[in-house]
Design a protein around this ligand. Structure first.
Ligand code: G6P
Ligand code: MG
Length: 227
């Protein structure tokens, strides 16, 4: 865990009194469903004969399903009608949902579980802020359906990250202003969204870190050092 400001102790103490809530991204932060997204998109891309690798995949983090499809189609996006694209996005989602159905509460790592419980014990409000329309289903699979104080997801927003809409909605539901909330993200688009919305931000990946996060967390439990 690294704080951006040089005067760590002073800044840390100040923040501890300021931050009352944590808004977690879902895929790639609370669980490993980012890997399932990758596998499902790869399967679709292979079927329709388009290139796809982890580098392209990293550009999809935090981005809506349809925007992700358009990135994968690239120059070929114009060759497909809106209905064909809808069907391709649905095909990917079916592959993805099949993987999600295999998930159980065992897929929630002990570290994440302990971190969530420790934050709760400290009286910190907690929310999920995800562009995914599968958020509710995933939280159910993980046994977290009733855990969070608020959930804001892809079914409720018009603009996906880097737009701050989903985080602003989560903060509104928590009744905490952005200046008193910390967003935890694995996506560059997510950190940009957090910054645009006036939130504190913590990155759990190098890509997110390079988008200008306030903190870098080597592991999720490092969030406890900030709060
Ligand atoms: C998250 C993931 C993206 C995904 C998006 C929509 O933001 O990081 O990779 O495309 O959610 O997910 P969905 O489950 O609705 O297809
Ligand atoms: Mg993510």
């Amino acid at each position: 865990m690294r704080e951006r400001n040089a005067d760590d102790r002073k800044t840390g103490a100040k923040l501890r009194t300021q931050i009352r809530a944590v808004i977690f991204d879902l895929d790639g932060v609370l669980c490993h469903t980012d890997e399932y997204h990758y596998q499902a998109w790869r399967k679709l891309a292979q079927r329709i004969g388009l290139p796809f690798d982890r580098k392209i995949n990293s550009r999809l983090r935090g981005i809506s399903r349809m925007d992700s499809l358009n990135i994968i189609l690239g120059e070929k996006a114009g060759c497909y009608t809106a209905e064909e694209k809808r069907q391709l996005a649905e095909e990917k989602n079916q592959i993805y949902r099949k993987m999600l159905r295999q998930m159980t509460p065992q897929d929630l790592s002990r570290e994440v579980k302990e971190t969530l419980n420790a934050l709760r014990a400290k009286g910190i409000k907690q929310a999920v802020g995800s562009s995914s329309r599968n958020t509710g289903f995933i939280l159910e699979r993980l046994g977290l359906a009733d855990f969070f104080d608020a959930v804001a997801d892809g079914t409720e927003i018009t603009h996906s990250k880097p737009d701050p809409e989903v985080f602003l909605l989560a903060a509104k539901k928590l009744e905490v202003p952005p200046s008193q909330a910390l967003v935890v993200e694995d996506a560059a688009a997510g950190i940009k969204a957090a910054r645009a919305g006036g939130f504190h931000s913590a990155a759990v990946s190098e890509e997110a870190r390079s988008a200008g996060a306030d903190y870098f967390l080597e592991k999720i439990s490092d969030v406890l050092y900030i709060l």
